[in-house]
Design a protein around this ligand. Structure first.
Ligand code: NG1
Ligand code: ZN
Length: 546
């Protein structure tokens, strides 16, 4: 009863905007920041309920990632640091769209009963709050806190400005009972990076290398955090451009999304970077792409998520092969599975390349939740979106086997011992909660040192098929329904046939459309033998959609 009146009273201060229907999409709720106060308040309530249900710490992140600075968003990190369980998404939608406090209360009442959530048995709700550098973030964190406080006994910790992956990492660490501060995050990443460097064959003297990487921080939080992290990473030279301290607007003409989609040099880079290894983070630093500036042109050679995936897959496979070749030293009671997970946006050339390596590849629909879930089915699962979001997951089974082998072999310094140590270091460096540009960057840098490759050499693993992405504004994007991991349109009728007949006109043609989960658009993706053909195919299909 006390709980009910508290909820009714608090909720009356957070009237939802009229005529706006929000949906908890692939990235939580996203909208113009001015529309989000009531939504975020309600997600605060949701986070507290989720924490009570799971009896664990939950995360709540305020960010709109690579979207424009006037947008914002909110999403929940589940106890393992991953995305909110899909079973709760319909409840999230219903909460956000409830028209008044009494409807809200009714929804909560029903849901709490259905889920068997108890307000007074067990530990109180506990939520970690984070936000990116958007100016609207503070106010929205405040709304989230009020939502959390409308559940009696619930506690929130404001962790301040963080990258999205940092918050997810902290939630995961808290629930694993390990050290979970930002300092611990930096320590774990830099320590495991240095382990990998120490394990480089033939003791290459890394400290003497004056090779640097120049990183575009999208005018957001990622560059600021990288400034701290880089000083802990031994001889690694990182030059940060476009941190949040500069003049430029978040994600405007900068950042991983811009660089990947436009394939041009971001602001803040000059011809002096030609030939150097360059990288771009997105606005909340959960995406990373590398690139090379072309001489005499604004254009870049993009080294995208698919290529990072390929680099990581090669390295992991090499370590697993060492273990297999020395099986007498490190007998494994099972055959460790290595799985690669991509979406339809993966460049066709990457998929062929990975297949030729004999790797097991699976395609899921767009959305980290799908990729992550699939990757977790393997002993080692690597997933990446072409846009640079991805990570590597290690099963408990393989981690305990590696730990056990490590103690068996601890005094030896055989090749298998090194392979075990490398895999363990990767499992600690990579953020297993969610894709993380900072940990991804350190892993790329460590592997390039290990292989002795330049970014040019890495880029030549395979040649991308030219591609083009377009977005088409439509009245109702939900009218487009897809199947087969979004590669086929099943509704409206006739569209797929039209796309097929257009695609058939092009060499190496491949094309699909899907409704975006984060913007009010239909996305068109086309691939073909030349850039002109990819452009022309994408334009032709965009006309069909319009
Ligand atoms: P939508 O808007 O559903 O295409 C975009 C990205 C996703 C994912 C989400 C979340 C593309 C084509 N799509 O989703 O891959 O990263 O944002 O941020 O890049
Ligand atoms: Zn992002």
């Amino acid at each position: 009863e006390e709980q009910r009146s508290l909820l009714l009273q608090c909720s009356s201060h957070f009237a939802p905007p009229k005529g706006v229907k929000l949906s908890y999409g692939t990235a939580g709720f996203r909208a113009d920041a001015t529309l989000l106060r009531s939504t975020v308040y309600r997600v605060g309530i949701l986070a507290a309920l989720r924490s009570l249900k799971t009896q664990s710490v939950i995360g709540l992140m305020i960010t709109a990632s690579h979207n424009k600075v006037s947008d914002n968003g909110v999403k929940i990190a589940d106890p393992n640091g991953g995305m909110l369980s899909q079973q709760w998404e319909p409840f999230a939608d219903a909460l956000a769209n409830a028209s008044d406090p009494s409807e809200l209360l009714q929804l909560i009442d029903d849901f709490v009963r259905k889920e068997g959530i108890s307000f007074d048995n067990g530990r109180p709700a506990e939520i970690l709050l984070g936000r990116d550098t958007r100016p609207s973030g503070k106010l929205l964190v405040d709304a989230a806190r009020q939502g959390i406080s409308s559940i009696i006994g619930a506690i929130s910790h404001d962790m301040g400005v963080l990258t999205t992956p940092q918050l997810h990492w902290m939630v995961r660490a808290r629930n694993m009972g390990i050290k979970s501060t930002e300092h611990d995050y930096f320590q774990q990443l830099s320590h495991s990076y240095k382990c990998l460097v120490e394990l480089i064959p033939n003791g290459k003297d890394v400290s003497k290398s004056n090779d640097k990487v120049v990183v575009d921080g999208a005018n957001g939080v990622g560059g600021d955090k990288l400034e701290v992290l880089k000083h802990l990473c031994g001889g690694l030279i990182i030059e940060v451009r476009n941190s949040s301290k500069g003049e430029g607007a978040l994600n405007e003409g900068v950042g991983a999304d811009f660089v990947q989609k436009e394939k041009v040099v971001p602001s803040g880079f000059s011809p002096s970077e030609i030939g150097l290894r360059c990288a771009s983070l997105d606005g909340d630093a959960d995406r990373l792409v590398y690139f090379l500036m072309q001489p005499d042109s604004k254009m870049i050679d993009l080294v995208d998520g698919d290529k990072m995936l390929s680099l990581f897959a090669l390295f992991i496979k090499e370590q697993l092969n060492v273990l297999k070749d020395n099986e007498n030293e490190t007998p494994c009671p099972y055959h460790p599975s290595l799985g690669i997970v991509q979406t339809a946006y993966a460049n066709g050339a990457s998929t062929s390349y990975l297949k030729n390596l004999g790797l097991d590849i699976f395609i899921t629909p767009t959305g980290v939740k799908y990729l992550h879930e699939k990757a977790s089915e393997y002993d080692i699962g690597i997933y990446f979106e072409a846009n640079g979001h991805g990570t590597i997951l290690f099963s408990d089974r393989i981690l305990s086997w590696l730990e056990a082998r490590n103690s068996d072999l601890s005094s030896s310094s055989t090749e298998s011992q090194k392979a075990v140590l490398r895999l363990l270091a990767v499992s600690k460096l990579i953020n297993q909660a969610v894709g993380d540009a900072l940990s991804g960057l350190l892993l790329v840098e460590a592997i390039l040192l290990h292989t002795g490759w330049s970014i040019q050499k890495w880029n030549e693993l395979y040649r991308d098929l030219p591609s083009r992405q377009l977005k088409v504004k439509v009245v109702d994007r939900t009218a487009v329904v897809t199947a087969n991991a979004e590669t086929v349109v099943v509704q409206p009728a006739g569209i797929q046939e039209a796309i097929d007949s257009e695609t058939a006109k092009y060499r190496h043609g491949r094309c699909f459309i899907r409704p975006s989960g984060t913007e009010d658009v239909i996305r068109v993706y086309a691939e073909a033998a030349s850039q002109e053909e990819a452009d022309s195919l994408a334009n032709a299909v965009a006309k069909i959609v319009d």
